[in-house]
Design a protein around this ligand. Structure first.
Ligand code: T46
Length: 134
């Protein structure tokens, strides 16, 4: 499955923390869009889709959430709770995001502008596409 944990550069001193993510070091794609999610809670469930081409990096810059990811064969659950690391997610990965802490802020770096055509929003269609890709 095309996912990877990424550790960012950290520069901490008595003034606090400064975290850096740079193109071609920690970020393997040109960032064409950012968005962030907050105001979710422990009952919230988001995602439930895959992307045909989009690559993204999820960063819980505050609080925490869980992400369950599958390529149809392998399934993994990742806890995001560290502002100094991110989760890279390639294309063709189904993701479900849940268990947000009340203070969670999930920042997402995306490789492409928003396009609804890039989404696969039903699990049946996702599995069918994965089978066709073999
Ligand atoms: C993902 C998770 C973490 C836009 O108009 N532009 C955008 O760039 C995005 C991301 C969304 N939207 C609109 C589309 C919907 O009307 O915002 C609304 C909520 O989007 P969605 O239901 O897709 O939200 P999530 O949290 O289920 O998924 C989003 C991203 O779509 C997805 O790529 O990985 O956040």
């Amino acid at each position: 499955m095309d996912i990877k944990k990424i550790e960012f550069q950290q520069h901490g001193d008595s003034r606090g923390m400064l975290v850096v993510a740079e193109y071609q070091k920690e970020i393997p794609f040109t960032v064409k869009r950012i968005y962030y999610i907050y105001g979710a809670d422990s009952e919230t469930r988001r995602g439930f889709h895959s992307h045909k081409n989009l690559q993204q990096i999820y960063i819980a810059i505050h609080g925490s959430c869980r992400v369950t990811l599958t390529d149809g064969k392998t399934t993994e659950t990742v806890c995001l709770d560290d502002a100094a690391s991110g989760l890279y997610i390639g294309h063709n990965v189904w993701r479900e995001i849940y268990d947000f802490s009340d203070d969670a802020v999930l920042l997402v770096l995306a490789s492409e502008p928003y396009s609804e055509d890039d989404y696969i929003r039903t699990y049946d269609q996702f599995i069918q596409t994965q089978t066709e890709n073999i």
